[in-house]
Design a protein around this ligand. Sequence first.
Ligand SMILES: *Cc1c(COP(=O)(O)O)cnc(C)c1O
Length: 394
Amino acid sequence: MKRDTLLTHAGRNPHANHGIVNPPVYHASTVLYRDLASYEAAMKKREYGKTYYGLMGTPTTFSLEEAVAKLEGAFRCRAVGSGLAAITAPLMGCLKAGDHLLMLDSVYAPTRRFCDGMLKRFGVETTYYDPLIGADIATLFRPNTRVLFLEAPGSHTFEMQDIPAMAAAARKAGITTMMDNTWASPYYFRPLEHGVDISIQAATKYFCGHSDVIMGTISCNEQSVEAVEAGVRDLGFFASPDDCYLVLRGMRTMAVRLPRHWESGLKLARWLQQQPEVDRVYHPALPEDPGYAIWKRDFSGATGLFSVGFKAIPHAAFAALVDGMKLFGMGASWGGFESLILPAYPAGVRTATKWNAPGPLLRIHAGLEDSEDQIADFDAGFQRLRAAMRSAAE
Ligand SMILES: *Cc1c(COP(=O)(O)O)cnc(C)c1O
């Protein structure tokens, strides 16, 4: 099945459920056993996809996990309660005290906090690396390096990583690779096909698509399944059946949503490039972008998230643009149907690389509004910015 067909059909079995198109929502804590023999058999050999206790999943969870696993080309997917949990569970499942972890410098900020806080307290050492290091990542491998963590493009700053080269170097050294692939989603990039062991998705974003669910998915190959299961099971992570239902429902329309986010985002990015106050647009699908060649080689599409960097402008002028936006709400998260902006401050969080952009950075999510209305909203914003600069100069 091709990916659009998968999105429409995977994880559904209508005739097992009265012919109803979508799987039902099963709520469960307790699961009952008929007799001692069936209880003892179940406890002896736990099989994925069978119901033992609500925490381990219900048929609703398994429907979503089956659909995601097929889309990712994975041996197994597990759904957990947040995108962040989908990052921390496999890290906890793979790492032990004394291990070394390689983490990109432009990682999603809460992942960094987890490494610097909890992982450090449990005796795991993290080295941050330049996201553009490529195959030279092998120079940072140590005998105790256990995990190489990847994310492309980087959060807020959109560096593209040479995933196949880095994953191949790690595999040769026996190091497990994990990739936070939330930006492209497996619709436009399948990490496992490029040598990555564990693919992580904040399902909160494009899988859900409607800004009303927090969830994460962990998809892995057969070698990594024990570590992933251990992380999820021993931490007690869980995705609620109602939310699994909503995410599966959101995924059914990804094939029409994502191309539109991509197209509108790119139109807005090109328009922004023409504004004299703009220093640079950070979007790997722009031919001028340093990540373009890798994006073109490895990814089959782009989504609606990118950043715009300004020249050195007064803070009040930046505020004048941001504060009057009508369609672009200001807030965290992205991947829903609506447009968003979020100021980003990469200079303060990096340790392996320097962030020297001349002015403020604004992350943009292009939603599903009419593209001309989106551009008009920014056009009015730049007029406010210019007025604020003129009055500052007077
Ligand atoms: C939002 C996000 C996450 C975390 O997802 P939550 O569901 O909010 O925990 C992880 N990685 C990336 C790249 C994200 O953008």
